[in-house]
Design a binder for this molecule. Structure first.
Ligand code: ZN
Length: 234
């Protein structure tokens, strides 16, 4: 009994939450064991010995029935981006997804990472999102040559990398993301850009979305899901 109580206390203090904030330490996942422990901790019913396919199915079941609330206004986008991220993981790819939101708050395009699936170094979720959008009929309404009309937002499950961050900035769109990229995110490292790129970046709105802890956690864990089977170039 004492052991059980200790385990419960340990589980609840490993990643303490201050209100709606997730402990920043949560967003660093070092290995498969760490990842599986966090997956089991999600409210998705995942067990440590579940097969990968079962884990992904349980996350999908949770995501499709997840109801965003007014408390976290960006959860509607986080849910859509996470569904995209999960789609990639189920295809054997990396778990990052993104959506393009118009000035009324409507999602107009969605995309996921396909680097592994298509053997292409550039096919991050945001890159595919913007390319698909620019090549679609929708672009006529929203794009001036290659610059987007004000009010469009790229919402990504994870903080955009340098390549995607610059591409998004070049379009004139604003950036929001569900979970920080502890090692690779560019949004929080604008000061490292060359002066001209920094000046352009400073004209755009870039922010962490107002997302619930569970959406933030799922975004992070899908990002690190490659640790489940060590997928990607060896
Ligand atoms: Zn990227």
């Amino acid at each position: 009994m004492l052991i059980l109580v200790c385990l419960i206390v340990l589980a609840s203090t490993a990643f303490p939450q201050q209100g709606n904030k997730v402990d920043p330490a949560y967003f660093v996942t070092h290995n498969r064991e760490d990842l599986v422990r966090k997956l089991v901790d999600l409210p998705c019913g995942i067990k440590a010995d579940d097969q990968i396919k079962v884990i992904l199915q349980k996350i999908q079941n949770y995501l499709v029935t997840f109801q965003p609330t007014a408390e976290f206004p960006d959860d509607i986008y986080a849910k859509a981006a996470n569904i995209q991220a999960l789609k990639s993981v189920m295809e054997g790819g990396y778990g990052i997804g993104s959506v393009l939101v118009d000035e009324t708050g409507k999602i107009i395009v969605a995309a996921h990472n396909t680097q592994i699936q298509k053997h292409r170094s550039d096919l991050h979720a945001e890159m595919t999102l913007l390319t698909n959008f620019e090549e679609s009929r929708l672009a006529k309404r929203y794009v001036n040559i290659y610059v987007y009309k004000p009010g469009l937002i790229v919402f990504s499950s994870a903080e955009p990398c340098p390549m995607c961050f610059i591409r998004i900035n070049t379009t004139g769109a604003d950036t929001k993301y569900c979970t920080p990229g502890p090692d690779d995110g560019m949004a929080s490292r604008v000061d490292y850009l060359p002066p001209a790129w920094k000046e352009m970046a400073m004209k755009r709105k870039v922010s962490l979305g107002k997302c619930s802890p569970v959406m933030q956690k799922i975004s992070h864990l899908l990002f690190y899901s490659y640790l489940l089977d060590n997928r990607g170039p060896k």
